[in-house]
Design a protein around this ligand. Structure first.
Ligand code: ADP
Ligand code: ZN
Length: 722
């Protein structure tokens, strides 16, 4: 018999469900988790070794692995995580691996960077510029050409000239700055009694090193952050890595500064506008275990953790944890899965926990850790409803006299006021007063939203933009197009009229991003601004100590939706916005404008009675068999041709295998019946909690092959019902 051939199953970060088999070249040491380069067709791909084994001859012509990277191998737990996630969402494993391998540059040995230090030779010609460079260099730091040139205030050619003359010499620099070791006692507060008890519970969980989940539940400002910092410290003390997940938008400089103060070193960050070099540094630092603390957005779950010992999910109720494009996963749920696989605890923190988490507490699966009081303050801000059915506002005005008075009062007292309206742009709708024509997106079944600052109409679903026309495109009458309803920009016009002295800041995701957004947030913290107009961007985690009055301009907006979680979401949003008020020395209050003052949500909000509202919601979900009492999956069928799409959707519905405890609803036109010129139909699959939904879906959809322009998108545990 011939000698066995060593083979490896290599998973590629492509839409592939299975790994491919390759031969391992003689002399190449390889273990599962190693990153390699392999040939596929005419191309070379990077991949990850899933298994290694041997075979005795085969009639397959095996191609060989070309190269093994020196990056540390992906851990067993991480590979298991990929497999479980893929099985849960019925997503090809390769697509999940792709989320881990987003930074291929990090697989190589980090390149050595060249820097300059003082050399032995003296230059023959010493110009004043050259002298300055040598002076800077004499301070003893190795600096790159550009850095040295900048420090000396000269052009890079001066520096290069000195290097050529031997007056400066090259040395190798480690390419990435090292991650500092956290100092676990650096900035710990003395916790109050409630905090200390909660911290003790979490530390005990960390000490047990089991896969347990805690729900840390306490109103905004009750000191949850300081409490989960203690859990992080305990995990770090045990030599483990720690991941703190935040909704991307809450990843602000002040928050990072807080982590830095607590642990005496800057944490690694992970979010979408990280520079490529920093992505490499963090990816590599996680893989080597050198980076101990990561504060990141949801995709940080997919960093190549080697020694993860705790995940904290802050604002666990946030929808931002659900990814809808690509692999549709929920980062909170996957954090819990990771903890189970890695046998470590997960802490979910929120002032308005999701019903999912609360029901898991009811079922005894999660441990409830409760913080009742607002740190140093007894209550949520006083909240009052303003019954808009009784207000007679002028057309184009949105603020009631009571809200105007309260805003003026806050501004005159030297405090800040916040007016919250969760709608971007100037007006959500533009109608022609002559013929009634409504300006819609040419590719979507949605109206165009006017953005007056940019002088554009924009579709919020496909991004299509066009200038605001002068004449109605339907009847050609000029000057008849009229904005209908308020957006944040239109509210700004009203605010400028009413509060001409105010120093106004507008926070809306389309107006401010990245550094600009960070600057505005800092300006608010510093008191540079005193009137803040904001969309949901302001609701998340910010700490504005001078803010004492929050006005909710239209509290009913989010309630008008077919989404089963609309009420829960509205509650979370309004409670979070109201909770921005009175976080500093002075008490705060919140005024809520609503046309539905009798709605259970509004009544509970005015009483500050979260549990009463959520209990009602829970009962409704239980009666309807909706999540978290039951399970859902959504399928969107889309295609260029309406009839063909509808037929395909019907055929799929008809092909569903019979199954007990599972209902297939639809197809029905999706609420957004057309996006980017594609017609959309929705199927909803409803199942009891005990049903194996994945098995059903897998069997059903295995044979479904959309052709031509048709596409099928499966969403297990959908959060977006558009
Ligand atoms: P939450 O996360 O529940 O919203 P935070 O942890 O942000 O609450 O606490 C609210 C404010 O109170 C923060 O400014 C925080 O620094 C401060 N704080 C919390 N706990 C303490 C403490 N034990 N001693 C002093 N200040 C504290
Ligand atoms: Zn559109």
């Amino acid at each position: 018999m011939e000698n066995p051939i060593r083979i490896a199953e290599v998973l590629l970060p492509l839409a592939l469900a299975q790994a491919y088999t390759y031969a391992i070249p003689d002399g190449m040491a390889l273990e599962p988790g190693d990153f390699v380069a392999v040939p596929l067709g005419p191309r070379t791909y990077l991949g990850c070794v899933w298994e290694v084994g041997e075979t005795h001859g085969t009639n397959m012509k095996l191609r060989a692995i070309m190269h093994r990277f020196d990056a540390p191998p992906l851990s067993d737990t991480h590979r298991k995580f990929i497999e479980w996630l893929s099985a849960y969402y019925l997503e090809p494993k390769g697509n999940v691996l792709r989320m881990v391998m987003r930074v291929p540059e990090a697989l190589d040995e980090p390149k050595l960077q060249v820097a300059l230090v003082l050399g032995d030779a003296r230059p023959a010609k010493l110009t004043p510029q050259r002298a300055r460079v040598l002076e800077v260099s004499a301070e003893g730091f190795a600096m790159k050409v550009a850095e040295l040139a900048q420090a000396a205030g000269v052009g890079p050619s001066v520096v290069k000239g000195l290097a050529a003359a031997g007056a400066l010499k090259e040395v190798g620099l480690p390419p990435h700055a090292k991650f500092q070791e956290p100092d676990l006692n650096a900035g710990a507060y003395t916790l109050d009694k409630a905090q200390a008890a909660a911290a003790q519970d979490l530390r005990a969980m960390v000490a047990q090193r089991g896969p347990k989940v805690a729900l840390l539940d306490g109103v905004t400002g009750s000191g949850k952050t300081e409490v989960y910092f203690e859990a992080m410290a305990a995990s770090l003390a045990a030599g483990k890595q720690v991941l703190l997940l935040l909704p991307e938008i809450a990843l602000t400089a002040p928050f990072l500064a807080r982590v830095e103060r607590r642990f005496g070193c800057a944490p690694a960050q992970w979010h979408s506008d990280l520079r490529p070099r920093e992505r490499e540094r963090v990816w590599r630092g996680i893989a080597s275990g050198e980076a101990k603390i990561v504060v990141g957005a949801r995709s940080a779950l997919f960093l190549p953790w080697v020694n993860l010992g705790l995940i904290v999910v802050d604002e666990e109720h946030e929808n931002a944890y659900k990814q809808d494009e690509g692999v549709p996963y929920h980062a909170r749920d996957m954090a819990v899965l990771y903890g189970t696989l890695g046998k470590f605890p997960v802490v979910l923190s929120s002032a308005t926990p999701s019903l999912e988490s609360l029901m898991n507490v009811d079922r005894g699966r999660y441990q409830l850790v409760k913080l009742k009081d607002r740190h140093g303050r007894p209550e949520l801000p006083e909240t009052r409803l303003i019954d808009m059915t009784r207000e007679k506002l002028e057309p184009g005005a949105w603020l009631s006299p009571e809200l105007i008075t309260a805003t003026n009062h806050a501004l005159q007292s030297g405090d800040q006021a916040l007016l919250f309206l969760n709608r971007r742009g100037f007006a959500p709708l533009t109608l022609c007063r002559a013929c009634g024509h409504r300006l819609n997106c040419p590719q979507c079944s949605a109206s165009m939203v006017e953005h007056r600052f940019r002088r554009q109409l924009q579709c919020h679903h496909c991004g299509h933009q066009e200038p605001v026309p002068n004449a109605c495109p339907s009847c050609n009458e000029e000057g008849k197009l009229t904005p209908v309803g308020p957006g944040i920009e239109r509210l700004a016009e009203e605010a400028v009229r009413l509060f001409p002295e105010a120093r106004m800041a507008i926070l809306s995701s389309d107006l401010s991003r990245g550094q600009n957004l960070r600057d505005i947030l800092r300006g608010i913290e510093d008191g540079q601004f005193n009137l803040i107009l904001g969309t949901q961007l302001v609701a998340k985690g910010h700490h504005f100590p001078m803010l004492t009055m929050v006005g909710v301009v239209d509290a009913d907006l989010a309630l008008e939706s077919s989404d089963p979680r609309a009420g829960e979401r509205t509650w979370a949003l309004l409670a979070q916005v109201a909770g921005r008020s009175g976080r500093g020395e002075k008490p705060g209050r919140a005024l809520v404008q609503t046309y539905l003052p009798q709605h259970p949500l509004m009544k509970a909000l005015a009483r500050g009675d979260r549990d009463a509202y959520l209990d009602g919601e829970k009962r409704i979900r239980e009666m309807a068999g909706l999540p978290p009492a039951g399970r859902l999956a959504g399928i969107v069928i889309s295609g260029k041709d309406g009839n063909e799409t509808q037929r395909f959707a019907r055929d799929i519905a008809l092909s569903a295998p019979p199954a007990e405890g599972i209902q297939v609803l639809g197809p029905a036109p999706a609420p957004l019946a057309m996006v980017r010129g594609r017609h959309r139909y929705r199927l909803l699959i409803k199942a009891g909690r005990e049903v194996n939904l994945q098995a059903f879906l897998g069997q059903w959809l295995r044979e479904v092959k959309p052709k031509g322009s048709l596409a099928l998108q499966l969403d297990v545990d959908p959060y977006n019902f558009l």
